[in-house]
Design a protein around this ligand. Sequence first.
Ligand code: PLP
Length: 437
Amino acid sequence: MTKISNSETLALHAGWRADPATGAVQPPIYQTTSFQFQNADHASRLFALEELGPIYTRIGNPTNDVLEQRLAALEGGAAALVLASGQAASAFAIQNLARAGDNIVSSTDLYGGTWNLFANTLKDQGIEVRFVDPQDPEAFARATDERTRAYYAETLPNPKLQVFPIAEVAAIGRKLGIPLIVDNTAAPLLARPFDHGAAIVVYSTTKYIGGHGSSIGGAIIDGGNFDWEAAAARQPALNTPDPSYHGAVWVEATRALGPVAYIIKARTTLLRDLGAALSPFNAFLTLQGIETLPLRIERHSSNAQKVAEFLSRHPEVTKVIYPGLQTGTARARADAVLKGGYGGLVGFELAGGRDAGRRFIDALTLHYHVANIGDARSLAIHPASTTHSQLSAEDQRKTGVTEGYVRLSVGIEHIDDILADLERGLEAAQSFKAAAE
Ligand code: PLP
């Protein structure tokens, strides 16, 4: 195939043409645990990383490999590793560089599961996560010391939906030998973090990438754009002998394979040892989803823009949070990073507070009431009474969740049907408020 760089085409073609054995157009689901070696020499070449190929499905599988190639191509990266969930991707992305006694600096604006992983589980493992305000890029530099191994942020974190200043923080990190890891789950294709200097991208493929609410999955993509050797003192995990792989120094052991030391280490040590492997069946379903990702993300964005505008005109709504309606620095940052749309997530606040939020949700008949985002269907949730209900009112406010806050993941249905359902919810919220007055 001639070299192609358009997302619409890569989403259908990257990493696969047809099955060499049967001509099958769809990548087969290689539902097997292990792969027979051609001979003893072939087996030892695979184990010595002199040749890459499938050995055992915990470490790699040909269906997963197609997904990995497709994700790397779409993101403009060197190589990818797919995993059992987005959580596994975030954890591995950091554990691949930081050991007990090390630290990373992270934006405070994170998905709650990532927050827990960082504040509790990584802490228990001896990796300290220093949280800083994402709107102040210099805060990353101030929190850095000689044991800082990575910076971490989400491109478009909800509920605040303020785009992270990727270029500014990546540049600060690069001067210090520190890679920026970006969770791009909420903005695939719209944001291309590698173009702004990020070194590693992680995804929950559970969301927009899979797109149909069928499979949990995650991915790490290596930009191949970070000079680990030049930062040898800062990055010992890739530059000193690794006892877990017969003393391999990852930058040297992988030199013949391209700029893929980071991702090969993640596969051959963390995935091997911790085993968060994606099932090939889920890889297949995720590939099905990716085929239409460029079309879906366009429609998610255009529908969400219309929803945000509709809500901002509605008397029951006191505030709408959507990058396409922001002004000032927030809008400038959104426009610097997001191309072709502002994504499918919309937040808004109801005048009637918590009870109005609950009434609104219960009156919806089209939107699904679920703790998820990025499905082709429209989804809604009232965080104060669900996902954030364990937090104190004060902590809820800090995370950007108020009593009347509702989060929408706008789907790809006809916009008239989405707006009619929202109108139904708003009427219920309004009649509740009127009765209470
Ligand atoms: N990152 C973000 C931004 C998410 O929204 C989520 C899940 O909601 C995750 C990571 C975790 O992904 P998963 O649920 O696939 O483990």
